[in-house]
Ligand binder design. Structure first.
Ligand code: NDP
Length: 276
């Protein structure tokens, strides 16, 4: 049997770093790969963990660079022969007082949060081993943004037959509308980050359905989750949860025991499946 392996994206700080640490604390039975787009920051994070008695291995991954995801896939395939846990954590958000035009914020945020997560998934889901766990870090704001969509858009995002291609089309339509300044008139919410996270939540539901169809009997579970509102560089220092607290739900989903059937294809926060 090959050694088990877990991968966390955006692991150099914030919630991603805390997830790596929680996996170490939970004694994940295999290697834990801390990935980061900045090699220096990633290696420093691994050293920091080492100084605290934990072991992780650094690998480079810029989720916006499809070639970088393919390189990681090849590394995993060569060294481990597959992948057991994937936590798609990396993400960005503009600050509330950002001065970039809304259309630009929409395009840039979409590229990382939606397209980046999708590209990593396209590279790594094909090498998932039986009983693998995938956790896509979305947000409760995806639900809030969904509730602010027009009834037509809400119906599309709740449609169990929506395809990945159709979802990609919708995310593209949002960015185009944001660039024209017509997104609200076209039924979209006035939030770039929230809309990208609708994309991450719905992408997770589609991926889970696909795995159920194509890998039936392999026991793979894939979910989107919200870590809560967490004190990180993204959310600031007034948020109520520590990064360690924010890591609890993602780590719980990453370590669902073999034989578990649920949750699968849901948005989960505080370890509870939420209505979409
Ligand atoms: P941070 O800003 O603290 O950390 C974000 C991480 O993502 C960093 O490691 C960053 O790397 C990395 N990242 C960004 N872009 C890329 C990229 N292209 N390739 C690889 N890594 C990248 O944010 P949080 O820890 O708060 O957020 C983690 C996740 O949790 C995000 O998906 C966020 O949307 C989500 N979330 C956070 C909440 C909160 O309250 N904090 C609430 C709900 C969801 P670098 O250091 O190089 O920038």
């Amino acid at each position: 049997m090959s050694k088990k392996v877990a991968v966390v994206t955006g692991g150099n700080k914030g919630i991603g770093f805390a997830i790596v640490k929680e996996l170490c604390k939970a004694k994940f039975p295999g290697d834990i790969i801390l990935t980061a787009r900045n090699e220096k920051l990633g290696k420093e994070a691994v050293e920091l963990l080492k100084s605290e008695g934990f072991k992780a291995i650094f690998q480079h991954l810029d989720i916006c660079d499809q070639g970088s995801a393919v390189k990681l896939r090849d590394f995993l395939q060569n060294i481990y022969g597959g992948l057991d846990v994937l936590v798609n954590n990396a993400g960005i958000a503009f600050k509330n007082d950002a001065t970039e035009p809304f259309g630009e914020q929409a395009e840039v945020t979409m590229r990382t949060n939606f397209w980046g997560t999708l590209w990593v998934s396209h590279a790594l889901l094909p090498i998932l081993r039986p009983n693998a766990r995938v956790v896509n870090i979305s947000s409760f704001v995806s639900k809030r943004a969904l509730d602010q969509c027009s009834p037509q858009l809400q119906a599309k995002f709740r449609d169990p037959k929506l395809s990945e291609e159709e979802l990609c089309g919708l995310m593209g339509e949002f960015v185009t509308a944001a660039q024209k300044g017509s997104h609200q008139a076209e039924g979209w919410p006035n939030t770039a980050y929230g809309t990208t996270k609708i994309g991450v939540t719905v992408m997770s539901m589609i991926q889970a359905r696909e795995l159920t169809k194509t890998r039936a009997g392999d026991g793979i579970l894939l979910n989107a989750c919200c870590p809560g509102w967490v004190r990180t560089d993204m959310a600031g220092d007034t948020a109520p949860k520590s990064p360690e607290e924010g890591a609890q739900t993602p780590t719980y989903l990453a370590l669902l025991p073999v034989g578990a059937k649920e949750p699968h294809g849901h948005l989960v926060w505080d370890k509870v499946v939420r209505e979409w």
